[in-house]
Design a protein around this ligand. Structure first.
Ligand code: AGP
Length: 612
C-alpha cells in the first residue's frame, strides 16, 4: 500500500526519488508527491495520477527543483480521494515540517478535534496531515525533529511507515515504522529510506530493516536507530540480492505477461535443491528447526488473503489427501478477530507473496500469542512475515511486480506440494510412491512451457468474450480453488464480474445465471471425478451457456460439449492446479488487454495490502 522513497546526500535527489517512486508504483498509483528542503524552506510538488504526471509537473513547474535532501510518495488512498491536495507530502501548520506516510492513523479524528480547538486548520481530508500538525505542535516543546516525531507517535494509534523532514533541520530525515514496511538503504556518504529494496537497489544493496516501534534518524553519514521510548537499537545491515533486470519488463508489454511466462523457471526455482527425485523425498532447510513440531502437529491451519488464500485451499487438498494431516484454511482477515481455538501443538502456516499483508501478519501474531508454531511460505526475502515466523520456506519466484499475482501462485502451490511430500514421506509414505510424485513435480516446468505455446489460441478466445459482463468459473476438488483464482484474475484486471464455484454447487443456485450470454469456464481434467464434471457441463449446455473447457490432451469427450477447449498436459491430480491455472491467467490477461484496462496497475488495487 503506497510507496515511499527518501534521500540525503551530495547528489540531486529529484531523479533518484522519481525513479524510485516509479519502481514502487505497483504499491499504489492514484497520486504522488515530492518534497525537498531548499533555501531554508520546504518545496513540494503533488499530483493526482501516476508518478509520470508528477515528473511532468516537476519538469514544467519545478523551476529547476533540485537538492540533496528530499522524499517522495506514491499513494493508494485510504482517507480522502486521490486529488492533488490529498496527495502526500503533507505539512504542519507552519509549513516547516513535511511528512509522507503509509498506513492508517486510527485516532486521527480525536487528535484533529483537539488541534482544531487549538486553532489548527486543515487543507486535506487525510489522517496524515493531522499527524504532520501533531508533530509540528510537539516540536515546539521537543526542540528537535527526532524527539518531536517520537513523542507525537507515542500518542498515535494505528499503523505507519513514515518519513519526516524539516526546513529547520535540513541535515536529516526521520523515519519510523509500525505495521508498514520500511527499510534504510546504507550508502557511501549518502543514505536512503524506502518501502522496499526495488526503489533503491540501483544505488545500494546494503539495507537495514526497521522493526515495529523503531525510529531512525538518517543523516548523510549516519543512521541512528532508537525505539519510540528513545532506547538506542543496534541494527544489522543486510545484503539484498535483487537484480535490476528482475524489476524490468524485459521486452514484454506488461509485467503480468512477463511473470506468466517466467513460470517454468520460477516453478523450477521453487524446487531447486529441495526436491530429491531419486530418494523420492524433500529437504527444506527453513523447516529443519521446526520439523519435530510439524511432524507432531495435531493439525495444520493455513491462513492467507486473496490469491494466497486460494493457494492455501489447494494446500489443504494436498496435505489431507497425500500426507493425511488434518488441515484447516482460514481467511486471515477473519482469523485475526475470531478468537480462534488454537493449541500449542497446532502449526499455523502463513502464505503471503509480499510477506507484508497486514491481515496475514496479524493472523501470525494472533497464532503466536496462542502458542502455535507459525511458519511462513513467502516470496519477499526479509519481509516482516518471514522475519517473525518460527521457520518457513521462501518460494523464490523473484520480484512480482504485476498487481495480479500469477507466478507467486504457482510457486506457492509448488512449495505446498514439497511440504506435503516431506510430511508424507516422514509419516511413512513408501520411497517408491515418493519417487513417482517427485518425478511428476520435476516434470511440471516443461509441461507449463507447453501450455505457454498455446498463447495465440487463448488470445482468440479472449477476443470472443472481451465484451461480456459476467463469467462463471467451475472446478471440483483441488480445482475448485483454481476456479476461484481464475475468477479473481479476471475481476482484478478486466473489471468483469466473475464467480468461481464448486461445479456441483452450481445447481444449487448459480445455474439461474446461465443463458447464451454467460461464458462458463470449466476445469475438467481426466481424474477420478471427470465424469461428474462432464455432467455439470451438460447442465450448463442444456441452458445454452457458452463453455470454455480446460481439459487434458487425451480427453476425447470434451469436444462434443465445449465451444472452446484449451488443452493442458496431464499430471498427478493434486499437482493439476499448478498447470490448470495457467490458461486462466492468460485468458484474464488477454481479455483485459482487449478491454484496454491497465493490466499491471488495475484500478483500486495495490500489490501489498499493508493496512486493514
Ligand atoms: C492477487 O492477485 C492480489 N494481488 C491479492 O489478492 C493478493 O493475493 C492478496 O492481497 C494477498 O497478498 P500477499 O500474497 O502478498 O499476502
Amino acid at each position: 500500500m503506497c510507496g515511499i522513497v527518501g534521500y540525503i546526500g551530495p547528489r540531486d535527489c529529484v531523479p533518484i526519488i522519481l525513479e524510485g517512486l516509479r519502481r514502487l508504483e505497483y504499491r499504489g498509483y492514484d497520486s504522488a508527491g515530492i518534497a525537498l528542503v531548499k533555501g531554508g524552506r520546504i518545496q513540494v510538488h503533488k499530483k493526482a495520477g501516476k508518478v509520470a504526471a508528477l515528473a511532468e509537473s516537476v519538469r514544467i513547474n519545478g523551476n529547476g527543483l533540485s537538492g540533496g535532501l528530499g522524499m517522495g510518495h506514491t499513494r493508494w488512498a485510504t482517507h480522502g480521494e486521490p486529488t492533488d491536495v490529498n496527495a502526500h507530502p503533507h505539512f504542519d501548520a507552519a509549513s516547516e515540517i513535511a511528512i509522507v506516510h503509509i498506513g492508517i492513523i486510527e485516532n486521527y479524528r480525536a487528535i484533529k478535534t483537539a488541534l482544531v480547538r487549538d486553532g489548527h486548520t486543515f487543507v486535506s481530508a487525510t489522517d496524515t496531515e493531522v499527524l504532520a500538525h501533531l508533530i509540528g505542535e510537539t516540536y515546539k516543546t521537543a526542540g528537535d525533529l527526532t524527539t518531536a516525531v517520537r513523542l507525537a507517535l507515542a500518542r498515535v494509534e494505528g499503523t505507519y511507515g513514515l518519513v519526516v523532514l524539516s526546513s529547520r533541520e535540513p541535515d536529516k530525515l526521520v523515519a519510523a515504522r509500525k505495521g508498514s514496511p520500511l527499510i534504510i538503504g546504507v550508502g557511501e556518504g549518502e543514505n536512503f529510506v524506502a518501502s522496499d529494496a526495488a526503489a533503491i537497489v540501483e544505488h545500494t544493496r546494503h539495507v537495514v530493516y526497521l522493526e515495529d516501534g523503531e525510529v531512525a534518524e538518517v543523516t548523510r553519514d549516519k543512521v541512528r536507530t532508537m525505539t519510540i521510548e528513545d532506547v538506542e537499537v543496534e541494527k544489522l545491515v543486510h545484503e539484498v540480492t535483487l537484480e535490476l533486470s528482475q524489476i524490468e519488463r524485459g521486452g514484454y508489454e506488461h509485467f503480468m505477461l512477463k511473470e506468466i511466462h517466467e513460470q517454468p523457471e520460477t516453478i523450477c526455482n521453487a524446487m531447486r535443491g529441495r526436491l530429491l527425485v531419486e530418494e523420492g523425498d524433500v529437504k527444506l532447510g527453513g523447516l529443519q528447526n521446526v520439523l519435530g513440531k510439524l511432524l507432531s502437529a495435531r493439525r495444520i491451519v493455513i491462513t492467507a488473503c486473496g490469491t494466497s488464500w486460494h493457494a492455501a485451499l489447494v494446500g489443504k487438498y494436498m496435505l489431507e489427501q497425500i500426507a493425511r494431516v488434518p488441515t484447516d484454511v482460514e481467511y486471515a482477515s477473519e482469523f485475526r478477530y475470531r478468537n480462534p481455538i488454537i493449541n500449542i501443538d497446532d502449526v499455523v502456516l502463513l502464505v503471503s507473496q509480499s510477506g507484508e499483508t497486514a491481515d496475514t501478519l496479524a493472523a501470525l501474531r494472533e497464532a503466536k500469542s496462542k502458542g502455535a508454531t507459525v511458519l511462513g511460505i513467502v516470496n519477499v526475502v526479509g519481509s516482516t512475515i518471514a522475519r517473525e515466523s518460527d521457520g518457513g520456506v521462501y518460494i523464490h519466484a523473484g520480484p512480482e511486480i504485476g498487481v495480479a499475482s500469477t507466478k507467486a501462485f504457482t510457486s506457492q502451490l509448488t512449495v505446498l506440494a514439497l511440504v506435503t511430500l516431506l510430511l508424507a514421506r516422514a509419516r511413512g509414505m513408501p520411497r517408491e510412491k515418493g519417487r513417482l510424485l517427485a518425478q511428476e513435480l520435476a516434470s511440471l516446468p516443461q509441461k507449463v512451457e507447453g501450455i505457454l505455446t498455446r498463447d495465440e489460441q487463448i488470445k482468440r478466445i479472449a477476443e470472443e468474450f472481451g465484451d461480456h459482463k459476467n463469467f462463471l468459473y467451475l472446478g471440483r476438488g483441488a480445482n475448485f480453488p483454481v476456479a476461484l483464482e481464475g475468477a479473481l484474475k479476471l475481476k482484478e484486471i478486466s473489471y468483469i464480474h466473475a464467480e468461481g464455484y464448486p461445479a456441483a454447487e452450481m445447481k444449487h443456485g448459480p445455474i439461474a445465471l446461465i443463458d447464451e450470454q454467460m461464458p462458463v469456464v470449466v476445469i475438467v481434467p481426466k481424474d477420478a471425478i471427470h465424469e461428474k464434471v462432464l455432467s455439470n457441463i451438460q447442465e450448463v449446455k442444456a441452458r445454452r451457456g457458452r463453455i470454455i473447457a480446460v481439459a487434458n490432451d487425451d480427453d476425447t469427450e470434451i469436444d462434443q460439449l465445449a465451444e472452446f477447449v484449451i488443452r493442458v498436459p496431464r499430471t498427478y491430480g493434486f499437482f493439476g492446479p499448478i498447470i490448470n491455472v495457467i490458461p486462466l491467467q492468460l485468458l484474464a490477461y488477454y481479455i483485459a488487454v482487449a478491454r484496454g484496462t491497465n493490466v499491471d496497475q488495475p484500478r483500486n488495487l495495490a500489490k501489498s495490502v499493508t493496512v486493514e
